[in-house]
Design a protein around this ligand. Sequence first.
Ligand code: GDP
Ligand code: MG
Length: 370
Amino acid sequence: SGTLTVSELADKLNKDSSEIIKNLLFLGVMATKNQDLDDDAIELICSEYDVEVEKEIILEDTDFDKYIEEDDPKDLKERPAVVTIMGHVDHGKTTLLDAIRQSKVTAGEAGGITQHIGAYQIEVNDKKITFLDTPGHEAFTSMRSRGAEVTDLAILVVAADDGVMPQTVEALNHAKAAEVPIIVAVNKMDKDTANPDRVMQELTEYEIIPEDWGGDTIFVPISALTNQGIDELLEMILLVAEMQELKANPNTHAFGTVIEAELDRGRGAVATLLVQNGTLHVGDSIVVGNTFGRVRAMLNDVGKRVKEAGPSTPVEITGLNEVPQAGDQFLVFADEKKARQIGEARHQQAILETRSEHTKVSLDDLFEHI
Ligand code: GDP
Ligand code: MG
């Protein structure tokens, strides 16, 4: 797995290729000008010249983009939508997430839902939908994967008895900025004081206009408490998802995003991952943010052990050397050695970045006091 050719290394070191080749020979490595060098050989040569570019060379390759191959369009298959529920505090987000989850639990799983992994998947009309159980703003601010959104669709919950509130506006601005389609769930319709027309009226100010009024936003009146309108809301989610033609390649190395992570006393680092492309397997060598390891065990959203997880599937994994952070990206590598190299390099890089940030801060502080 070469990262540099002899002549590229020579350029970096400002030496002649022939000199590098001679040195390599001296170190017992036969190489030609255009030959790829492995990291060990690069390190050896660099230390010969007392050059600290060693790190720089390795760090160049910490970007996941370098290891992700473009998918052939013919390998792409339909994948479930990833949905985030947003809205003002107390408008019913948690109640709605619970109601959806309860309504679609199969009998066999009913007892299994004891744990909480930050995301879950349900099935409606033979199609899956993944719900992120994270505060909506986090799903948009920290959870971007390779510049793209983790969320495909936002449900904006607005309580019909309260109307549009500051966090409603904040939420819709996030979704708009991310160009993620919005479905409005007008909640608490069971209340005598419910006034859905007012909600619609107020949202027009933000260019969210119901279809009935000539706009293109779907509004669904619901009650998360009585389950009124939940099935219709789910059908609308499927409809919008279908129009998006969401696709992924299930037959490639998995990549995706960390939904949440923590240190468990017994199990060590535990991370909930959302697979966004490819399929994740038990035993895979993986880099997660600045951590790495092999996937030791994998649990699905109802706490069942699984061996693999395809696109749009949330799973909880163990086997990482340290605890990654929510919003970190992960990528599976073909072999353990590569994963370790990249993981360690990313860790080093993070330390260097923190250090230079500190230096910058202290310099700024200094100037402030002059
Ligand atoms: P969140 O802050 O958006 O997560 O809101 P919660 O789900 O915690 O709900 C806030 C309060 O509103 C709780 O007391 C819920 O029981 C109540 N609530 C949520 N949905 C409904 C609903 O459809 N009807 C009524 N009457 N109360 C609701
Ligand atoms: Mg809540």
